[in-house]
Design a protein around this ligand. Structure first.
Ligand code: PLP
Length: 395
């Protein structure tokens, strides 16, 4: 099996599994308990928090553990909204191609009287700091822009956006779930006030993540209960998962440059191979994209059929976001960069890992070529396009 769906989730690394093991076994105390067993677990949490904080250039107390990226996004946005509300500011700026954890939270706020401006994304999958600067108003309480897009892999100018927000005194949150462990991040240098991450996107366990929030921000608790996480997130901490996350993140950051260089070479080999297919287009900027992300649209193709036939050939791929597959709506990300419905339906996302090999890439190029040719061969739409009855959209 060739697994090319690492944006959906990754395989756990051996270091992460080994780091978890003692906490699934011998060290099982509740970190809130005062006895020795509890204190052993509590020390582990303190250690993990410090190690994670160091990797992002912040203080340990600025890291709150959550159940993952979705929860961190929700908590960051709702916190900024409450802070804004108290100051009479009810305007939020984001982009049209955020993850649904952000967009749906913003929808909810819009229904309770907030005004949300979603910035247009350029066809190359990028926004600019100037767009953000122009959209900021006196009543803006939050700018939330994702670090790197989960479908098309484009990397936003986060430091520049952070500088604009800092200058204008507006809180800046970034969903860095696709970036953490894959790109260099320093929250202080990049003027990031809040940042979400999720362990299962960098070879850690599922169901665990973290929210960085600058110490001047008092996080709004989404879950009421005990005083865990300094009262910002009730519920007994998932010690094994937290230890797995810290180990996975350290390993990812230690090898970040070497991994990125290898993956970029393979990514560009895959892009070059798929560009040989006629009436195909790469989604997102060719350079400002995640080392492991390849996203294409093929004209005259239905994405779901493409995925099933690739699966038959042993390749795990995606049409876009794992969260939207199963729904018939085309991806909001592809629509946001200006792909029309018919084209957006013919999408394919292949996301590499550090373990992907050149042989796997070459096999995948050949397999996608075969499958696209086969599907076009049996497609009435393709026949109309070739006979000139319909006009090609992708030239
Ligand atoms: C996966 C993902 C999320 C959600 O993270 P979970 O830990 O699965 O809740 C949020 N944002 C982006 C960009 C993602 O890729």
């Amino acid at each position: 099996m060739i697994y090319l769906d690492n944006a959906a989730t990754t395989k756990m690394s051996k270091v992460a599994i080994e780091a978890m093991y003692p906490y699934l076994d011998e060290i099982y105390g509740n970190p809130s308990s005062l006895h020795t067993a509890g204190q052993q677990a509590n020390e582990a949490l303190t250690d993990a928090r410090a190690r994670i904080a160091r990797l992002f250039g912040c203080e340990p107390r600025e890291i709150t553990f959550t159940s993952g990226g979705s929860e961190a996004d929700n908590q960051a946005i709702l916190t900024a909204a409450r802070i804004g509300e108290r100051a009479g500011k009810r305007h939020i700026i984001s982009t049209a191609f955020e993850h649904h954890a952000v967009l749906h939270t913003l929808d909810k706020l819009a229904k309770s009287g907030f005004e949300v401006t979603l910035l247009d994304v350029h066809e190359n999958g990028l926004i600019t700091a100037e767009q953000v600067a122009e959209a900021i108003r006196p009543d803006t309480c939050l700018v939330t822009v994702m670090y790197a897009n989960n479908e098309i892999g484009t990397i936003q100018p986060i430091a520049e956006i952070g500088a604009v927000c800092r200058e204008k005194g507006v809180l800046f949150h970034t969903d860095a779930v696709q970036a953490a462990g894959h790109l260099h991040i320093n929250v202080k240098e990049q003027n990031i006030d809040m940042l979400s991450l999720s362990a299962h996107k960098f070879h850690g366990p599922k169901g665990i993540g973290a929210l960085y929030a600058r110490k001047s921000i008092r996080l709004e608790s989404l879950i009421e209960g005990g005083a865990q996480e300094r009262g910002k997130r009730a519920g007994t901490e998932n010690t094994p998962a937290i230890m797995g996350m810290a180990a996975a993140l350290e390993a990812a950051c230690a090898n970040l440059d070497a991994n990125a260089a290898r993956m970029i070479a393979l990514r560009d080999r895959l892009i070059a191979g798929l560009r040989e297919i006629s009436h195909a287009i790469l989604n997102g900027d060719a350079v400002k994209r995640l080392p492991g992300n390849v996203s294409f649209c093929f004209e005259g193709i239905e994405g779901e059929s493409l995925l099933l036939l690739l699966d038959d050939k042993g390749i795990c791929a995606s049409s876009g976001s794992a969260c939207t597959s199963g729904s018939l709506d085309p991806s909001h990300v592809l629509l946001a960069i200006g792909r029309v419905h018919d084209i957006a339906h013919g999408s394919l996302r292949l996301t590499l890992s550090e373990e992907t090999t050149e042989d796997e890439i070459d096999y995948t190029i050949a397999a996608v070529k075969d499958v696209v040719e086969y599907l076009r061969g049996i497609s009435p739409i393709w026949r109309d396009l070739c006979s000139g009855k319909k006009e090609f959209i992708i030239k």
